[in-house]
Design a protein. Structure first.
Length: 525
């Protein structure tokens, strides 16, 4: 590996077998004396930091393929995350401006704009130094009917535009703290025509012909706790409602706040709205349907945000500090469970994972129940992980840990009791290889289920790879940040000479150090 200060223009191809035995072949594919590189998985590419300490902060960046082919000669001062749905990269070069690369790493939109937004739904907001406008993926410009200080992406055919730009440090408000939707918002169509004039202090994107908005009036105040004594935005009143694409109020702008429900997959639930009414001092939350009719009266002090197929969680007090959680059935319009749980997770099969303190057992318990509160199976486990495959149930004692692999009915398929505390995370226990990571004097190593030491506990850091359980990352010295890689039999295949090592799903291994980057490929025989 070269250690020159100036990085080479291209990686150096090696294709050198550096380790081989009856189980493994490890080949060093290429090396490059750059600062670091990491995988952009959605794009199927590696982003390279050519110089400087950080991407987008004084560093120069470019792109390289997994096999070591540089994909563009350009060096960027700014590179955004890959916008997978639009297959575009936002990039910038000092003294030139911002623009966009396509999936083939060709310049699709010239780097000439002062500011740009991300591509979303086929368009991106760009600023030419005077005004905001939009471009499509071919670089065609859409000029706006009016001048705006802030613009957002198109959703459902309309984009939010604001006549003021409220920064994070500027915004103070009566109750809400939604910095990304604070402004003086209206909406434009894809021709740049203003279809709803700016008038809302908060506004969300349109979804299926409707948007949640809030009316009010921003005022500017100087705050004594601000060292520069600059003015900040403030509103004493927020009146929330829902509008259609003509600006008509489907739900009148009169509530303290309105929110969508969002499920575990980040999908917005359009059948219901959470609304707070009656004022923040004495009011409560209620549920409205799409047309603004009350499904429930204002009876809830607070929500826990969890939602699944008509079931929602709520809290008996407007605080999240050790307050029991209850479950409400919106379809049946009734309380399913009074507040009694410490945690609730709705499962895809319709059952519910709940956590509570069992007074008889004297410790925390997790169990899976149906909608009637009946146990799907008997549980005295402290943790259940039903989304893992296979399902793992753990019982942690004061000085011991029991791991069970169970089926959907709670039948124990495999079980192992450890006479020590064993971590649940970082693949500490592996039933397939019958091994687990153990600790001794704050050092880590590997044992099998019979208690035989496979790898002595002499490592400050020791963790199994999530991509392949044949490999373990390790560090020998405390705070050295020098990482190596070994096999499960203790054979070191990459010495601890790197700042970090990352095994990818495509069997490539990325090794970063202050001397440069090495890329390996492994083959298990």
């Amino acid at each position: 590996m070269t250690t020159e200060n100036t990085p080479a223009k291209e990686p150096t191809l090696c294709n050198e077998v550096v380790y081989e035995d009856s189980e493994l072949k490890l080949t060093k594919l290429w090396t490059w004396n750059v600062r670091s590189l990491h995988e952009e998985k959605d794009a199927g590419v590696l982003m390279v930091l050519l110089s400087g300490k950080y991407h987008n902060c004084g560093g120069k960046s470019t792109f390289v393929s997994y096999d070591g082919k540089r994909l563009t000669d350009l060096e960027f001062d700014y590179v955004s995350e890959y916008m997978y749905s639009d297959e575009m990269w936002k990039v910038g070069i000092n003294e030139q401006g911002y623009g966009f690369l396509n999936k083939d790493y060709e310049i699709a939109i010239p780097l000439k704009y002062k500011k740009t937004k991300y591509f979303k739904n086929g368009y991106a907001g760009v600023h030419d130094g005077n005004n905001w406008l939009y471009v499509d993926k071919k670089g065609n410009e859409i000029h706006l009917e009016n001048i705006y200080k802030e613009v957002k992406p198109f959703y459902d055919g309309l984009a939010r535009v604001s006549t003021i730009d409220i920064l994070y440090q500027d915004k103070l408000s009566y109750h809400s703290d939604y910095n990304d939707i604070a402004g003086n918002w209206g909406y434009i169509d894809k021709s740049g025509r203003e279809v709803i004039k700016p008038q809302y202090i908060y506004a969300f994107n349109f979804i299926n012909d409707r948007a949640v908005v809030a009316k009010g009036k921003w005022e500017k105040h100087k705050k004594s706790d601000n060292e520069s004594n600059q003015e900040h935005y403030w509103t004493e009143e927020e009146l929330w409602g829902v509008i259609d694409k003509n600006g008509n109020e489907i739900i009148p702008c009169k509530y303290d706040e309105i929110r969508w429900f969002i499920d575990d997959y980040n999908n917005i639930i359009e059948d219901y709205y959470q609304v707070h009414t009656g004022g923040w001092e004495n009011g409560k939350w209620a549920i409205l349907d799409r047309n603004g009719n009350f499904i429930t009266e204002p009876i809830f002090e607070d929500y826990s945000y969890d939602y699944f197929d008509g079931l929602m969680t709520y809290r008996e007090k407007a605080t999240w500090d050790d307050v029991p959680i209850g479950i409400y059935d919106l379809k049946e319009n009734k309380i399913l469970f009074e507040p009694q749980f410490d945690d609730v997770t709705f499962l895809d099969d319709g059952n519910i994972l709940v956590e509570f303190f069992d007074k008889d057992l004297g410790h925390k318990v997790e169990k899976i129940i149906d909608h009637k509160g009946k146990d799907v199976f008997k549980s005295d486990y402290t943790s259940i992980y039903p989304w893992w495959n296979p399902v793992v149930a753990v019982k942690e004692g004061e000085n011991s840990t029991i791991y069970n692999i169970i089926d959907e009915k709670g039948n124990i398929l495999e079980s192992k009791e450890f006479d020590e505390k064993v971590s649940v995370f970082n693949s500490a226990v592996n039933f397939e290889t019958k091994t687990y990571i153990y600790s001794d004097n704050d050092k880590r190593g590997l044992k099998n289920f019979d208690g035989k030491i496979l790898i002595p506990a002499k490592y400050e850091y020791f963790e199994q790879s999530r991509c392949n359980d044949n490999f373990y990352y390790f560090e020998v010295k405390k705070d050295s940040n020098q990482q190596g890689l070994m096999m499960s039999n203790g054979t070191v295949i990459i010495k601890p000479d790197y700042d970090n090592i990352n095994i990818l799903e495509n069997k490539k291994i990325i090794c970063n150090s202050n001397h440069g980057v090495d890329v390996y490929e492994y083959e298990l025989k």
